[in-house]
Design a protein around this ligand. Sequence first.
Ligand code: ZN
Length: 323
Amino acid sequence: MGKIKYKFNPESLKYYRVEISVKQKALKGLAYLFAFLVNASIGYLIYSLAFDSPKERGLKRQISEMNLNIEIFNKQLDNIESVLGDMQQRDDNIYRTIFEAEPLNYSVREAGFGGSNRYKELEKLENSKMVINTARRLDVVTKKVVIQSKSYDDLVKMAVSKEKMLGSIPAIQPIANKDLKRTASGWGYRIHPIYKIKKFHYGIDFTAPTGTEIYCTGDGVVQKTESSQRGFGNSIVIDHGYGIRTLYAHMLAFKVKQGQKVKRGDVIGYVGNTGISTAPHLHYEVLRGGEKVNPINYFFNDLTAEEYDRMIDISMRPGQSFD
Ligand SMILES: [Zn+2]
């Protein structure tokens, strides 16, 4: 039921009834409808800008989960890269030094990937920059692992070919020396036990009861057994090859003969007090290229890092040698 409308006529000073045609009514209706539609559209637009649909919310959650995963991957890559870096450093600085091999060329390790764009497919993805970055890091790490593994293969080959050398180099203590209690006097200036003057002591003295077993410290051949009442007393020299020899002095008795092949750890004789010696002990020397060198550097099979430090401490103590 439409309202009845009146209009005031200023000339006749009368109100008169306004007649509205069907056409006008229809136009008015359309105008209302149009306004409603416009309002609704704007409302929906504002709503959808401010609030996501459930589907959008789901997708957004997936994206943020994926981003988190990629971040976790990158953190793991950080760890792997750091472990790998450590392996490379040990490889170059320790293993390759032992085997006298050149460090691996830096450009070999850091070599990139040539050729076409490997990540073209990934460029189409959402977050392509992040994904490509991660993929690239993964490629680099994979390649480094392969190179490192090849380098270790080389080292294994070198170790096998140098096995003889590693077996020959003196690498243990010449007597059982638990807790290093038998280490008495080391390399350096010491008071001579008989002459009572400062003399350079070219070896390490191990105090031990007469008859204690003496071990050969590396594979080799008995070059000389010498029986004497003076100087080194009863002594043995072993030739290890590679220009390295060891000397064992003041022995009670020998268990090997000149020319005999010996292995590291073989008993070659017994601790005594022969020659110029003030108490039963073993005087041990290492010679390289004819020069006497500090034996402390030739116990590496035998000692932990801590024991090694302690042995240096003990053998450095001033005082008297047993000669
Ligand atoms: Zn000595």
